[in-house]
Design a protein around this ligand. Structure first.
Ligand SMILES: *Cc1c(COP(=O)(O)O)cnc(C)c1O
Length: 341
C-alpha cells in the first residue's frame, strides 16, 4: 500500500528502536522489569528529564492515562478535561473504570486546549457533597487538534491547579512532537512548569508498542506497580517494552522523529494554503493537519485512494509520523489541489 496519513499509527517501527530490540534479544535476563534493559531505560528518562522521577512502562496510552489518573484520584473525585480529550472521546470509559468511578468533568472548548478559566469554572461551580470533588486536571500536549500549549500556558494552568488543590496530568501521546515544536527541554515542559505526571507516548514516536508513565512527585507513585499489574500492564518480558526506549532516547531519535513529522505537517499546510474551498481548521503546530473542505472534495480525495478520518468537526485529518515521505506529502497536496480545481 502506498503511504497514507490517516494516522501516525500507520507507521512501522523506526530503525533505532528495531536495533535496540535486537540488542535486547540475547540470552536470558530476569523477568518483570528486574533486568538491565529496564534499569537503563528508566535511567535514560531520568537523564532526559533532568530529575529523579519514577518511571513505569505500559503497553498503550489508554492504560497509561487511565492508571495515571486513577493514581491521582479517589473514586469520589473528578478529573477536568477538554471535550476533545482522548480520555473523554477515545478511551471507552477506561479512566472511570480504572479509577473505580472518578468522573471526567468536561469543558466544552472550541479547540482542544483547556484554559485556566475553564478549569476554574468547573472546579468551583459546586463545592457541596453531591458533586464529585475535583482532584486533577488533564491536558494533552500536543492537543488532539494538533496544537501546542506554550510553556506560559502550561505554567498558568499549573498555577491555577495549585491554587485549587488539583494535580496536573499531561497526556503526551505525541510528547516528542511538542518538544520539537517548542524547542524546549522535556524538563521545561513538564515538572519545571508544574506537571505532576506525564504519559510519554512511544508508539506514535516510532515504537511497536509502549508508553512510559513518569511521576515527578514520587509520592504519587505509591502502589502504582500494583495498579499496573492488576490492570494487566506488567510485561513479563519487560526488556522488550523497555529496550525500545533506549533506542529512542539514547540516540536522540525521539526528537528527530518528532521534528520530521512536524515538518511534514507544516509542508502540507503550506502547500494547500490559499487553495479555494480548503481551510485549515486548527493551526498546524505539531504533526497534524486538519482541513475543512466541501463534501464533494473529500469524496474525490477518497476516490483517488487517500485515507483520512473526519471524526473531529467533519474535516479531513492528516497525521504524519517519523517515516512520512515528503514526496508522498507533495502527492497528497497535488491531489487536494486537483480535487478543488
Ligand atoms: C494515540 C493517543 C493515545 C493513546 O492511545 P492508545 O490507542 O490507547 O495507545 C492517548 N492520547 C492521545 C491524545 C492519543 O492521540
Amino acid at each position: 500500500m502506498a503511504q497514507q496519513f490517516a494516522s501516525d499509527n500507520y507507521a512501522g517501527i523506526c530503525p533505532e528502536v528495531w536495533a535496540a530490540m535486537q540488542d535486547a534479544n540475547q540470552g536470558s535476563v530476569p523477568a518483570y522489569g528486574e533486568d538491565p534493559w529496564t534499569t537503563r531505560a528508566a535511567e535514560a528518562f531520568r537523564r532526559l528529564f533532568e530529575t529523579d522521577c519514577e518511571v513505569f512502562f505500559a503497553f498503550n496510552g489508554t492504560a497509561a492515562n487511565s492508571l495515571a489518573l486513577a493514581a491521582l484520584c479517589q473514586s469520589y473525585n473528578s478529573v477536568i478535561c477538554s471535550s476533545f480529550a482522548h480520555v473523554e472521546t477515545d478511551e471507552c470509559g477506561a479512566p472511570e473504570f480504572f479509577s473505580n468511578g472518578s468522573k471526567l468533568l468536561v469543558a466544552r472548548t472550541d479547540n482542544a486546549k483547556l484554559t485556566p478559566a475553564d478549569i476554574r469554572a468547573l472546579a468551583t461551580c459546586r463545592a457541596d457533597i453531591h458533586y464529585p470533588k475535583p482532584r486533577a486536571v488533564t491536558i494533552t500536549q500536543p492537543t488532539e487538534t494538533g496544537e501546542v500549549y506554550s510553556l506560559d500556558e502550561i505554567r498558568e494552568i499549573s498555577a491555577i491547579c495549585r491554587q485549587l488543590g488539583l494535580r496536573l496530568h499531561m497526556d503526551g501521546a505525541r510528547f516528542a512532537n511538542a518538544c520539537a515544536a517548542l524547542g524546549c527541554t522535556p524538563a521545561e515542559m513538564t515538572w519545571q512548569a508544574g506537571v505532576d505526571v506525564l504519559c510519554f507516548g512511544g508508539t506514535k514516536n516510532g515504537m511497536a508498542v509502549g508508553e512510559a508513565i513518569l511521576f515527578f512527585d514520587r509520592t504519587l507513585a505509591e502502589g502504582f506497580d500494583y495498579r499496573c499489574k492488576q490492570a494487566g500492564q506488567l510485561a513479563s518480558k519487560m526488556r522488550f517494552l523497555a529496550a525500545p526506549w533506549i533506542g529512542l532516547l539514547e540516540t536522540g531519535a525521539w526528537l528527530r522523529n518528532g521534528a520530521h513529522a512536524n515538518a511534514c505537517a507544516a509542508r502540507l499546510a503550506a502547500e494547500v494554503a490559499g487553495l479555494p474551498d480548503i481551510e485549515l481548521m486548527f493551526p498546524a503546530e505539531a504533526n497534524a493537519v486538519f482541513l475543512r473542505a466541501p463534501e464533494p472534495v473529500l469524496i474525490a480525495l477518497r476516490d483517488r485512494g487517500w485515507r483520512f478520518y473526519t471524526f473531529i468537526g467533519g474535516g479531513a485529518r492528516f497525521m504524519f509520523a517519523w517515516d512520512a515521505d515528503p514526496a508522498r506529502v507533495d502527492a497528497l497536496a497535488a491531489d487536494i489541489a486537483a480535487c478543488t480545481a
